[in-house]
Design a protein around this ligand. Sequence first.
Ligand code: ATP
Ligand code: MN
Length: 464
Amino acid sequence: MAISGRIKIAEALKSATGITVTVKGWVRSKRGNKQVAFIALNDGSTIHNIQIVVDFSKISEEQLKPVTTGACLRATGTLVASPAAGQPVEIQADDIEIYGTADVETYPLQKKGHTLEFLREIAHLRPRTNTFGAILRIRHAMAFAIHYYFNEKGFRYIHTPLITASDAEGAGAMFRVTTLDMEQPPKNEQGKTDYTQDFFGRETSLTVSGQLEGELCAMALSEIYTFGPTFRAENSNTPRHLAEFWMIEPEMAFYDIHDNMNLAEDFIKYLVRYALEHCADDLKFLNDMYDKELIERLHSVVQTEFVRLAYTEGVDILLKSGEKFEYPVSWGIDLQSEHERYLVEKHFKKPVILTDYPKQIKAFYMKQNDDGKTVRAMDVLFPKIGEIIGGSQREENYDKLIERIKEDNMSTDTLWWYLDTRRFGSAEHSGFGLGFERLLLFVTGMTNIRDVIPFPRTPKNADF
Ligand code: ATP
Ligand code: MN
């Protein structure tokens, strides 16, 4: 029996023997002797390669010369049980067609075992490595699972704008969007740049968050989520920050902070469980190669109940810890990742949801507590990562919201539309933002955020 057309290597590896198959992919290695060559071929459908066995009595050694690591080819032949360990089947080739060669002298991925730092310099080729194949498949699976999860729960997917006129929440420095001539911008009477002549007739930037627009839609559709790119021009060259990253932001009418925390915990556990079920081969590879505790850590997060703790209690624990922190701890500080990780990794040894932060360090839209000092914020802190989710119950009271905006010296001019939700049919509501790449750091066990996005955007780096 023959299967016409190409089949994916993932499928071929699971097929019954005796059939004729055609596979297409990139050569990972070629070895052999005078009579026969063994080609390991990969097409990205799985971490596993399929072995193509070429008998020189059928296909000449000469014809196989250009088949080197990195070349792309088609192989057609019979699927047979493999005598080699670790692979159920292999292909006895009848026919090989070379699509594209890869010069041995110049193809950078000749050998295995390149460092992640080196691979970052060849981001255009690193998808061809086992590591990035695994990461990109997991990234896909997580994106799919996110939509699946919310769809099942009746949340609507909302596309919020990427170009915005509001400094959404002071969440981070913004990238300006303009069509003005940077060399000679038009000036107004005060000698300042005249943005009325700009494309949108005002100053605009790339968004740092889709939350504010998300809230508008939640106050109509009840439960919504966004999942899109966000941009922050923060010049912090850390292993956990990107200038362009993807964020998932659910917003829910009629949810208080407890409903919000329950959703966040259930959501993350669902995603980790999904990865364990659907990405087993890729996770095993990453576990074996990079982080021997990865799979164990993923299982443990699914099984444990997250700690829920007020910021004030968290600060007490840090103060009593006797630990020497680089940044000293006192009530009112914005916790550094060393503090977050102490609570999660050393003190509780499980994920922590920290709530009720001082209002000075949180955004204006968070609901104020009756103590006049704290707001109903909830950050989810994870082992190895620190903050993975930032969220809150939102302030639904118009007057209190205005008061906070004034306290923060913000202008209401660009926020009037947001304030309207509190003037017309306001209600209790909540939401949070999950950084997609922070989630992927946790799920893949990678330690640098540049390694979980195909083409990272960081300070001084937008090459590929
Ligand atoms: P951090 O304190 O870690 O810089 P943040 O408090 O500024 O984060 P939020 O504004 O609360 O972040 O954004 C929500 C989520 O988006 C964070 O919990 C995190 O997962 C993710 N995130 C924030 N900034 C970045 C970034 N520069 N790169 C990647 N992910 C980010
Ligand atoms: Mn935050």
